[in-house]
Design a protein around this ligand. Structure first.
Ligand SMILES: [Zn+2]
Length: 272
């Protein structure tokens, strides 16, 4: 799974490894991009130096010294692996970016998941997407304004990419638990206190997850001890039948909208 915290950890670790490094090759293994497009992309990227790596919603953005941005969309089931020396020959490898002997390979990308953009093009591209939950401009007032228009359950709204980016099924449940609101609660039922708890919970759960390594299942490199550290800290996600750490109740599996959700129905009220 790749939600915001996992991508943020990728961003930090990829920046640490490759900022200042020169791209010596980019190999696109996957189908869905024609040969001419691959050659074009390679021609513009090879020889450039990565200045830094940024995360924008579900994307990693490599800032290149030719002023362009190499955008890599990371789908929910995609992952990355960094290595040195022989590159993976795995059939599932989608894209490999080489920096001399070192490389990062992305798995599970589709045709449109990697592209080179101008700064302006990137801004245009990001415009229609949901705001980043950790964006400083997302104040409580703005958060409520965005969400209050929706007539769905809490979980459905948190996972709505047009509304807010980077929250998937895992963190939606964890945020709802931290906010003491059931994931199947209707948004219209939330009062001011519940909105504030939800807003605070969203920031604190995501930041906490980032600081503990997120919950990614696959290490980014050999010896990576950070990735996945947050999985053991889940309060409700996939903890059905276990005791709630807050009230001693039992974590249950529910349906929220058309999705499964995990919650403690004893201490997660619909609203106050
Ligand atoms: Zn509980």
């Amino acid at each position: 799974m790749q939600e915001l915290p996992e991508l943020d950890i990728y961003r930090a670790m990829l920046a640490e490894r490759y900022a200042g490094a020169q791209v010596t090759a980019i190999t696109i293994h996957h189908q869905g991009m024609d040969e001419a497009a691959k050659t074009e992309l390679s021609g513009q990227v090879v020889g450039t130096t990565v200045w830094f790596v940024e995360r924008r919603a579900q994307h990693l953005v490599f800032h290149l010294d030719n002023g362009k941005r190499l955008l890599v969309n990371i789908p929910y089931d995609a992952y990355a692996y960094c290595g040195t020396g022989d590159k993976p020959q795995d059939a599932k490898a989608s894209v490999t970016i080489s920096f001399g002997e070192r490389y990062v390979t992305f798995y599970g990308l589709q045709g449109e998941d990697i592209k080179l953009m101008s700064v302006k093009g990137l801004e245009e591209y990001m415009k229609g997407r949901g705001i980043d939950p950790l964006d400083k401009r997302l104040t409580l007032t703005r958060f409520v304004e965005r969400f209050a228009k929706k007539r769905s359950t809490l979980k459905t709204a948190l996972m709505d990419e047009g509304l807010i980016s980077g929250i998937g099924p895992v963190y939606a449940d964890e945020i709802a638990f931290a906010a003491k609101i059931r994931p199947d609660a209707k948004l219209q039922s939330l009062d001011a206190g519940a909105w504030e708890r939800l807003y605070q919970a969203m920031g604190s759960v995501l930041r906490d997850a980032i600081s503990h390594g997120g919950a990614g299942e696959i290490p980014l490199f050999e010896g990576d001890l950070l990735t996945g550290g947050f999985a053991e800290r889940f309060q409700v996600y996939k903890r059905e039948g276990q005791a709630c750490a807050r009230c001693g109740g039992t974590v249950k599996k529910l349906t929220a909208g058309n999705r499964k959700a995990f919650a403690c129905t004893e201490c997660q009220e619909i609203s106050e």
